[in-house]
Design a protein around this ligand. Structure first.
Ligand code: BG6
Length: 475
């Protein structure tokens, strides 16, 4: 991989400190960071280099066990520049700093700009980078990494994408959805398309319904300012949840390439049918007392909805989704519930019509689990349900953090597990149909599975939410 300069706008932001910088350490520890790579952190307050490096050290040490030699070497590649992002003069300093670093032996002709700033500053930043020729690719490559939210609805996302494309080409833009870099989410593709025996079951002839749960056991913490404007549907529904759904249900890509995979994900998202009457919003008790939350806030911290994919493969297969904060457990999981065959010969030997269920456990205890019927040990013919499990812990106890993959892919120029403009817009089009700001959320108890009313979404179809098992892959 090429050496490069990583220029972080907003180095003191929570994301940079807790995700990006520790990911750089992980990459360095695996000896995957190209030599002569430099990290230039930018924030507003003036700071000496040594103080800055101490802070970076602390951020890394707070998040993982470190090896002194790796940390020492990495820290020496961190530099700091203070300035206001909307001040054109600052970009002269940035230009000078990059030239100096280049002189010192670092490679600054290849550049990744990582923006951990408010999106309303993007326009100013891009214009200034362009005016100083800093996004010019004549001598090397230039890439841009940006975090969600990419807009707050379809219209604002389109506006932002138009702005991005004024200064960068699509192949330079890395829109991060870190769920796409999660090990077991990527594994869904391998499981489905690498094996020959499951894929022909993944359609409406065999599947009764699909459930997706993305539950977090913590509240919003210190992120009230952002979260109260967004809510659960926009915070995780528009992005992470839809990507889980897309990888679970997309058609086989023609090849394992960025273009082919992104195209198939997009096709699914564009085919989603929204049922605006089939959504329930919740807000956990105590949310209104959280910092930076409006006292009368109607923001949702939970949602449950039903959708369908309008294509020949999945038409009329219900997909039930629920996600939220302060729920009973921290768990992300897909459950594909298969139809019970009408001619099951052992029907009279089971006390209930147990369906086969395929679980993708995305986190924690990552794995793929299949619920099956087996013969109960003994002299009689009787059946009992049990589980066949593939657990990641059997292969490795040390799964990479998603951000490590996000950064490595950006360094390597691989956009397969990032979103392009069309995909983000298709996601918003679906989410906008639910008009979340016009709903009054039902209240729910912290550490519960959400408001009672959420059961109506699924009970009306004579089905029930499956409680994610605490036993999966607990090796
Ligand atoms: C972020 C959301 O995108 O994803 C957060 O903004 C959420 O609200 C987080 O907590 C969940 O990510 P993970 O990797 O902890 O499941």
């Amino acid at each position: 991989m090429d050496s490069f300069a990583l220029i972080i706008f907003g180095i003191t932001s929570n994301l940079a400190q807790t995700k990006l910088i520790p990911a750089l350490y992980d990459i360095a520890e695996k000896d995957l960071l190209p030599e002569n790579t430099v990290v230039l952190g930018i924030a507003r307050s003036p700071k000496e280099k040594e103080q800055f490096r101490e802070e970076i050290k602390k951020a890394i040490k707070n998040s993982r066990k470190t090896k002194e030699d790796v940390l020492g070497k990495l820290i020496n590649s961190f530099y700091y520049l203070d300035g206001k992002f909307d001040n054109p003069e600052f970009y002269n300093h940035l230009d000078d700093a990059l030239s100096q670093l280049q002189h010192q032996g670092f490679v600054c002709k290849n550049r990744i700009f990582y923006l951990a700033t408010y999106p309303n500053l993007y326009g100013e930043i891009f214009k200034n980078l362009q005016d100083k020729n800093l996004n010019n690719q004549e001598n090397g490559w230039v890439r841009l990494m940006i975090e969600k939210p990419i807009g707050e609805d379809l219209k604002s996302a389109q506006k932002l994408n138009t702005l991005l494309l004024q200064y960068f080409t699509e192949d330079q833009i890395y829109r991060i959805d870190h769920y796409l870099a999660k090990e077991n989410l990527q594994n869904i593709l391998t499981f489905r398309f690498g094996n020959g025996i499951f894929e022909h079951l993944m359609n409406k002839d065999h599947i009764d319904h699909i459930q997706i749960t993305v539950a977090e056991d913590k509240g919003i913490g210190t992120r009230g300012g952002y979260y109260d404007q967004a809510g659960a549907l926009k915070d995780v529904g528009q992005n992470h949840v839809l990507q889980i759904l897309a990888l679970t249900t997309m058609d086989a890509p023609k090849e394992f390439s960025n273009k082919a995979i992104t195209q198939e994900r997009l096709k699914v998202i564009e085919s989603l049918k929204a049922f605006p009457e089939n959504i329930v919003f919740g807000q956990y008790e105590g949310y209104l007392e959280e910092g930076n939350v409006s006292p009368n806030s109607k923001t949702n911290t939970y949602f449950a909805l039903k959708t369908e994919i309008n294509n020949d493969r999945f038409r009329h297969v219900p997909i039930y989704i629920r996600a939220g904060k302060n729920l009973a457990r921290n768990v992300a999981e897909v459950a594909i519930v298969f139809k019970v065959p009408e001619n099951r010969i052992l029907k009279d030997k089971t006390h209930e019509l147990v369906p086969n269920i395929l679980f993708y456990r995305i986190q924690p205890n990552e794995g793929i689990i299949l619920k099956i019927l087996v013969k109960k040990p003994g002299n009689k013919i009787a059946t009992e349900p049990t589980y066949m499990q593939f657990c990641y812990k059997q292969l490795s106890t040390d799964l990479s953090d998603a951000y490590e993959k996000v950064v490595l892919d950006a360094i390597g120029g691989d956009q397969t597990f990032f979103n392009d403009a069309k995909e983000v817009e298709a996601q918003w089009k679906f989410i906008d149909a639910y008009n979340s700001s016009s709903h009054i959320p039902f209240s729910y108890k912290p550490q519960s599975w959400g408001p009672e009313e959420a059961n109506l979404i699924i009970k009306g179809d004579k089905r029930m939410w499956l409680e994610p098992s605490i036993d999966f892959c607990k090796l």
